[in-house]
Design a protein around this ligand. Sequence first.
Ligand SMILES: [Zn+2]
Ligand SMILES: [Zn+2]
Length: 168
Amino acid sequence: MVSQLEAFFLFPRFELLNQVESKGIRLTAQRRALIETIQEATTHLDAAGLLKLARERDPGINRATVYRTIELLKNLGMIDELDLMHLDGEKHYYEVRTEQNHLHLACFGCGKIIEFATPAFESLKQEIAAKNDFEIQVIRLEVGGYCIACAAKREKHLHEQHKPCPRG
Ligand SMILES: [Zn+2]
Ligand SMILES: [Zn+2]
């Protein structure tokens, strides 16, 4: 069971509030507080995690505000919804869209999320679009496995299991 999806955001994020308001969308104080929470989040958060953090800014925020605001930002293409390999059940995680497409590596051991960008991902996107005559709006790539620390632990564990029995 993964308790926390730890991650460090590496890539510059869109400025949500400015962008939403530049589209002429009026925001209530609660929606603003929630959008600020999403903007300032330091990990990939699910709706429940966002609600908890947002309530620290404005205790009046409820689940409906969270879901409606997430829906709005998703439709505007300002946030992305991630599964993160379903590390913690069926939750979805949200992150502010970045200038550069990146992929996510999820550790099955400790739940760490590693963000990674490479020109190869950009060229894969271009190839997919060109060869299928497809205008890509969203591209998502998630990789599951073990981080270096968890891989070392597993290695040690397997090794211990296969040690010959001393009395054997
Ligand atoms: Zn790990
Ligand atoms: Zn990310």
